[in-house]
Design a binder for this molecule. Structure first.
Ligand code: C5P
Length: 218
């Protein structure tokens, strides 16, 4: 039998990571935060001074990454960069470099390798459409731009990082547009995905919904 996979795709700040972690914990599954791979590629490229429009150079950086994963922490060249990866600047560069097909191809095998027993919950933009098209359950998570900007704002403020709600909303709408309109692996629901709008739903209720869908499929 195939190793079970649940995919959770959706736009920036829709709560994919939190939902994926909750579902994985409830089921005892592994997680793949695929956005962190685009982010760590962006960080490594910046350090190597490879430009965001140098597709072949970026793909070489992606193929040459020395990564380790410790729980949800990402170790690059022996240094824990988990916090650095959350920087808005790193996220913005990740969004720019992820438009390149060669970069996406370079990260393909790495992502497939996360599929390990007893199962995987993978979150991103193309988990259900490109990386794990055979997944047993595909969720497409949405929330209004206002709800997402509000969440990101709270997160930053709670970490003591000053942020403007308006500019966060403008940023995430720009990133949504880029993710949806790129020609390779655009952000869109898989044709067999179930839609979950969590604008008004708490994390616990969202996890319960996904678990209920999963149990209905078993
Ligand atoms: O989800 P996160 O904000 O960490 O992702 C950072 C960027 O990486 C996104 O804006 C998106 O452009 C890109 N990404 C992607 N495909 C994925 C995950 C992330 O293109 N599966």
């Amino acid at each position: 039998a195939q190793i079970p996979v649940i995919t959770i795709d959706g736009p920036t700040a829709s709560g994919k990571g939190t939902l994926a972690a909750g579902v994985a914990q409830a089921l005892g599954y592994h997680t793949l935060d695929s956005g962190s791979l685009y982010r760590v590629t962006a960080l490594a490229a910046r350090r190597a001074q490879v430009a965001a429009d140098d597709e072949a150079g970026l793909a070489a950086v992606a193929r040459g990454l020395h990564l380790q994963f410790e729980g949800t922490n990402v170790i690059l060249d022996g240094v824990d960069v988990t916090e650095r990866l959350r920087d808005e600047a790193v996220g913005a560069m990740a969004s720019q470099i992820s438009v390149w097909p060669q970069v996406r191809a370079a990260l393909f095998d790495l992502q497939c390798g996360f599929r390990q027993l007893p199962g995987l919950v993978a979150d991103g933009r193309d988990m259900g459409t490109v990386i794990f098209p055979q997944a047993g359950l595909k969720v497409f998570l949405t929330a209004t731009p206002a709800a997402r900007a509000e969440r990101r704002h709270k997160q930053l403020i709670s970490k003591g990082i000053p942020a403007s709600l308006d500019s966060l909303r403008a940023d995430l709408e720009a990133r949504d547009a880029r993710d949806k309109n790129r020609s390779t692996a655009p952000l869109k629901p898989a044709q067999d995905a179930l839609l979950l709008d969590n604008s008004l739903l708490g994390i616990e209720a969202s996890v319960q919904q996904v678990i209920a869908w999963w149990n209905a499929r078993l």
